[in-house]
Ligand binder design. Structure first.
Ligand SMILES: [Zn+2]
Ligand SMILES: [Zn+2]
Length: 195
């Protein structure tokens, strides 16, 4: 496959041929159709994240089509349209079992713990736990926005902030997460159901 690779931190990223990924027993390989570019990709390239080993392929917010499936995957088949969260939990530890996949100690993070989506294909572990199907009405570009910036903003506004209709929301910095937070705060679904 072709992929955007850096061989050392802070070195130029080059597009070149690498070997095609194969799925783990609990994983899939996804053919990338859309991928985002995030500030966290820059931190990874700078060498700020100790889990990254070079050479490395960045990219952690993406959507695509399942191309290959490992032997222990039961929920997904080739051809399905999917996206996934930035931090993919193992699904089995105490944090995952209480719904806090984002602090799982065994997280699979495409573009950090493993090669990411600045490539034609990405191997993703823990597929049954983390993959999210995309309806045909949701484009790959929109789907690629959901797993990092949108999920981060949703947790802040809805789960942690518990914002309700009529409240003000202050957003400091309108990057990907900030703009997503504005969209979520303004969403009609923030209104309580009418009687
Ligand atoms: Zn991100
Ligand atoms: Zn876990």
């Amino acid at each position: 496959m072709r992929a955007a690779v850096f061989d050392e931190f802070k070195y130029p990223v080059a597009v070149r041929r690498t070997s095609d990924p194969v799925p783990a027993e609990n994983g899939v390989v996804i053919g990338v159709r859309a991928t985002g570019l995030c500030r966290s990709d820059w931190h990874g390239w700078m060498g700020h994240d100790p889990v990254i080993q070079t050479p490395h392929v960045p990219g952690h917010e993406f959507a695509g089509i399942v191309e290959a499936v490992g032997g222990n995957v039961s929920k997904w088949r080739p051809g399905e349209r999917v996206t996934l969260p930035f931090g993919c939990g193992c699904g089995q530890c105490v944090y995952c079992l209480q719904g806090d996949h984002q602090v799982c100690n065994r997280q699979f993070q495409p573009g950090f713990t493993h090669w990411g989506s600045f490539a034609e294909f990405v191997a993703v572990d823990f597929a049954d736990v983390n993959l999210v199907g995309l309806p045909d009405a949701v484009s790959f570009v929109v789907g690629a926005c959901l797993g990092c910036r949108f999920a981060t903003a949703f947790r802040a506004v809805v789960d942690q902030g518990q914002v309700r209709e009529g409240q003000w929301v202050a957003i400091h910095g309108c990057g990907g997460v900030g703009l997503s937070a504005i969209m979520i705060a303004k969403s009609p679904s923030m209104k309580p159901p009418s009687k």
